[in-house]
Design a protein around this ligand. Structure first.
Ligand code: UT7
Length: 352
């Protein structure tokens, strides 16, 4: 699935943004008007993990770049963090909850299988005029949700959409599996996507999937394929399983390729990008992608050393951090790219 608002150095073409927008379809453009993020208080360090599984700070740091991660308390829910991140995004956008007409929560770790966590967020934020639903696209979930939100804004159906990317992956981790429990983490990020007046905003996106490789990252039981039973619990089938190394190799190639696609769709090159915000999966993936694309490390945002891999939450948390640190200015071009369970991968270019 694709969308682009082609930029051009031809001044006659760029001055007519609505013509480009119409080519992509829709009456309007969309732009991020507010961001927010929320992380659990509890920090789990690599030294803590050394006491839990057969691993070492040295292995985790060199193989992933992660030094610590935030882990929710047992009683906490994803919606708690989605609400906190969403409230910040609303405040940053200077909106009332009733101004939001749609809430999309990208997650694979909802509060419960039924109903959608987005509905809990809707209720707790007091977004009384909003529809709400969840979307599952693994670690690419935030970009998928942003692309869906863009369609509602672009068509004129919604003026403001709250997009939340959130995960409490700790609840789905096998704390005896050292290949997963050292990388995944908890948190939520959020943005408000609003109708755009003028240029800029979401310039392009591209969504990909390959369900043939669904077993690369999956939870075997708890769905209709294998409903929960005493046996599935006994066999630890409700935890995330990942073919880490195979996933790693595909992630590098796919993130590179989708980044090139969305850059081309926007009429931009890597040198036009002020800040790349990649999914924070593994430092080695981020470094390899940056170097293949020719984007220097100082223009690639990294926070996974402190935050870990929060799946659908990782890009909006990193984006909110970069905004709070005043690293993003009006007119800056951002490249977002992610890869995850599905398999899915996705990219987007935003002009701030
Ligand atoms: O979030 C979106 C999707 N997910 C990703 O993008 C994750 C991509 N994958 C990765 O980040 C990496 O593959 C991992 C961090 C998960 C694993 O790193 P790796 O370099 O691919 O390690 P590996 O799975 O190839 O394992 C190499 C060795 C093995 O030992 P042997 O068989 O060579 O003796 C593993 O048993 O490292 C061992 N190992 C560990 N050792 C210490 C695996 N996990 C650990 C650990 N501590 N935590």
């Amino acid at each position: 699935m694709t969308g682009s608002t082609k930029r051009s150095s031809n001044s006659q073409k760029t001055s007519n943004a609505s013509q480009s927008d119409n080519r992509r379809g829709g009456l309007y453009g969309s732009i991020i008007t507010g961001t927010g993020a929320a992380l659990p208080k509890k920090i789990l360090t690599n030294a803590d993990l050394e006491r839990m599984v057969d691993t070492s700070d040295e292995w985790i740091t060199t193989r992933t770049g992660i030094r610590q991660r935030h882990i929710a308390a047992e009683s906490e829910t994803l919606s708690k963090y989605g609400v906190a991140a969403g409230r910040q995004a609303l405040e940053a956008a200077r909106l009332d909850p009733a101004d939001v007409s749609l809430i999309i929560c990208a997650t694979v770790t909802p509060d419960r299988p039924i109903p959608a966590t987005a509905c809990t967020i809707q209720h707790q934020l007091g977004c009384t005029k909003a529809g709400a639903f969840d979307m599952a696209a693994g670690c690419s979930g935030f970009i998928y949700a942003l692309a869906v939100a863009d369609q509602f804004v672009r068509s004129g159906a919604c003026e403001h959409v709250l997009v939340v990317g959130g995960e409490l992956l700790s609840k789905y981790l096998d704390w005896e599996d050292r290949s997963t429990c050292i990388i995944f983490a908890d948190g939520a990020g959020a943005v408000i996507l609003s109708r755009r007046s003028g240029q800029g905003g979401l310039l392009s996106f591209k969504l990909h999937a390959d369900g043939a490789l669904s077993d690369f990252i999956h939870v075997p039981a708890g769905g209709t394929a294998l409903p929960a039973s005493a046996e599935t619990v006994r066999n630890r089938m409700h935890y995330i399983r990942m073919k880490g190394n195979e996933t790693f190799k595909l992630a590098v190639r796919s993130i590179e390729n989708v980044s090139r696609e969305v850059l081309e769709m926007s009429g931009l090159t890597a040198s036009d990008i002020n800040l790349m915000i990649p999914h924070q999966a593994n430092r080695r993936i981020i470094d390899a992608v940056g170097s293949r694309l020719g984007i220097p490390p100082e223009r690639v945002y990294v926070n996974l050393d402190r935050v870990g891999n929060t799946s659908a939450a990782s890009i909006p948390i990193a984006l909110d951090e970069a905004v709070s640190r005043d690293l993003i200015h009006r007119g800056d071009r951002l490249l977002l790219a992610a890869f995850g369970a599905g398999l899915t991968w996705a990219g987007a270019v935003i002009e701030w």
